[in-house]
Ligand binder design. Sequence first.
Ligand SMILES: Cc1cc2nc3c(=O)[nH]c(=O)nc-3n(C[C@H](O)[C@H](O)[C@H](O)COP(=O)(O)O)c2cc1C
Length: 320
Amino acid sequence: MHIGSLELDNPIILAPMAGITDLPYRLIMKSFGAGLVFTEMISANGLYFNGSTTRELLKTVPAEAPLGVQLFGDQPQRVAEAIKVVEETAQLIDINLGCPVKKVVRSGAGSALMRDPVRIAQLLRAARQATDKPLTIKMRSGWDSENTNYLEIGHIAEQEGVNAVTIHPRTRVQMFGGKADWQHIKDLKQRLSIPVIGSGDIFTAGDVKAIFETSGCDAIMIARGGYGNPWLIRQAIETVFDQPLSSPSPEERFWVAQRHLKLSLEVFGPTKTLGLMRKHLCWYTRGINNAAAFRLKINQSQSIGQMFMLLEEFFINAGR
Ligand SMILES: Cc1cc2nc3c(=O)[nH]c(=O)nc-3n(C[C@H](O)[C@H](O)[C@H](O)COP(=O)(O)O)c2cc1C
């Protein structure tokens, strides 16, 4: 499939996730074949004011290409300036219109923009003028159930020259509650001529098949379903290409979890890795015997050496 000038090998995309889709995570997901991977949302204001912490989020390596960089902001000029900063790094630029987090909404960005279609048009016009790279948006269904204006926003995006639209079909008020309404993805697909990407509640290969069939979307994003489970990316690709489904052996789980830990160590160093990797290692061991005991130990681990040891011990025992 194509998004503007960018050709993807397959329609399985790693969703942007704040605090999750850092470089090591993206490399793991890429190694399972993701057609496109995304950074977490990055503050346009942070880039505009030259924040070094914000710029760290742009760290990349050629192996993960194509990379989508997602920006959030509410000031058209600053978003345009931020695009100039990320243009060299990104093969695609996405504008966040869906983040429900209070701090972001209060600043007028993320899902708050869904209440201001005129501002969205201004923002997208400025963004479009700033770059020739593929430009996309990611939105929710609307602010609340009385204001589900995704079709209007989709049309605005198309008119302003955006190359594809992703929808996570929940309202801002829903946050992550209830079920994602895939019918909204279908509505959007039927009305727009640019590609539509579906997101929401994809946890199994069965969900992959169902969301494509229900909505007719062009591509999907894997988000929470990929936690400790990059195999979902591989299975999603197998589903799309009608191939038999593979599943990981315990050895493969161990090797991948260990590789993720090593990558994190290389990219972030030991102190940050200790904080970042606890949750990932717990996710990799979910559903396997003695995972609860492992969780307790890993959450108390005080060194990277101990983390490697606990992981190895867990999987040696799991293999018995
Ligand atoms: C921890 C977390 C962080 C997220 N951060 C972002 C983000 O930075 N930008 C964005 O567009 N969506 C973000 N999302 C939303 C996801 O990209 C996705 O649309 C949503 O989780 C629905 O998919 P799922 O039900 O398969 O998880 C985030 C979701 C989670 C769980």
